[in-house]
Design a protein. Structure first.
Length: 269
């Protein structure tokens, strides 16, 4: 039986995660549920989407349940989609949360609207679709039910995309943006390994971090935190080969005062 991965912004203080586990265990007792995280910041669809996208390649192929749902009970759709590669199935709200993961695996080839799924629990709460819609649908799919039987057919082209900034190289500078901040205060950028050469950044060499309005901070393009002195700023490739900015044994977010979508320009110094 395929595994079910589970990601949400529910936290661990309340019963939300546990009751979703209970629903899935009753429907598909043989399915192994792997908790990716339930520490996504509340209502932060972008952070949930980025974590889902970068972690699924390390997860077993199966059904992937994700719930970050600030519009629960409103007009947004509840969906289940099949990816073109590896036959992975994503279940969650149609608010952009599933988009990057779907694209990571070749895009959606099939989609259904599960808002009125025959698999949902009755009565359906207006505020807890994780328990009443998403968890039971995910469990039934993991137990072998057909995706087409889980809801009404939906054109994959109608699925809501996530609006993300994109890095570029301009006049020898790598122009990128803050996508997310982790609990250590490291700043994840929208640039990756392939952008480094075009911008002339070389491992172990100095870099200027231009925050705009004349605010330029010296840093080092380093392989890891310990390659610079404690308190020093570094640009590095994180574990997912995404560029990030950090302070060794410190907090880049507090140091630089940057928020998601802020533009940063990187250039050799």
């Amino acid at each position: 039986m395929p595994a079910i991965t589970f990601l949400s912004d529910y936290g661990r203080e309340d019963d939300f995660v546990g009751v979703c586990h209970g629903v899935m265990a009753r429907i598909a007792p043989g399915a192994r549920v792997v908790d990716i995280t339930h520490g996504i910041p509340r209502h932060d669809v972008r952070s949930g989407a980025l974590v889902l996208c970068r972690t699924l390649p390390y997860a077993p192929v199966g059904v992937h349940l994700a719930v970050v749902d600030p519009e629960v009970g409103a007009e947004r759709r509840a969906v289940a989609i099949r990816c073109a590669q590896e036959d992975r199935i994503l279940v969650g709200p149609d608010n952009g949360l599933l988009g990057p993961a779907s694209e990571r695996f070749g895009g959606a080839t099939e989609a259904v609207d599960v808002g009125r799924s025959p698999h949902r629990l009755e009565p359906v709460s207006a505020t807890f679709h994780g328990r009443d819609i998403f968890a039971p649908v995910a469990a039934h799919l993991a137990a072998g039910e057909e995706l087409g039987d889980a809801g009404e057919p939906l054109d994959p082209a109608e699925l809501r995309a996530l609006d993300l900034p994109h890095a570029s190289v301009q006049d020898g500078e790598l122009v990128c943006h803050i996508l997310a901040v982790d609990r250590f205060g490291n700043l994840q950028l929208d640039a990756g390994h392939d952008d480094l050469g075009a911008a002339g950044l070389r491992l172990g060499h100095p870099v200027e971090v231009d925050l705009g309005e004349g605010d330029v901070i010296p840093a080092t393009y380093a392989g890891t935190y310990a390659d610079v002195e404690p308190g020093a700023l570094l640009v590095y490739e994180d574990a997912y080969r995404t560029l990030a900015i950090a302070v060794n044994r410190g907090d880049a977010w507090s140091t630089l005062g940057l928020w998601p979508d802020a533009e940063v320009r990187l250039r050799p110094r």
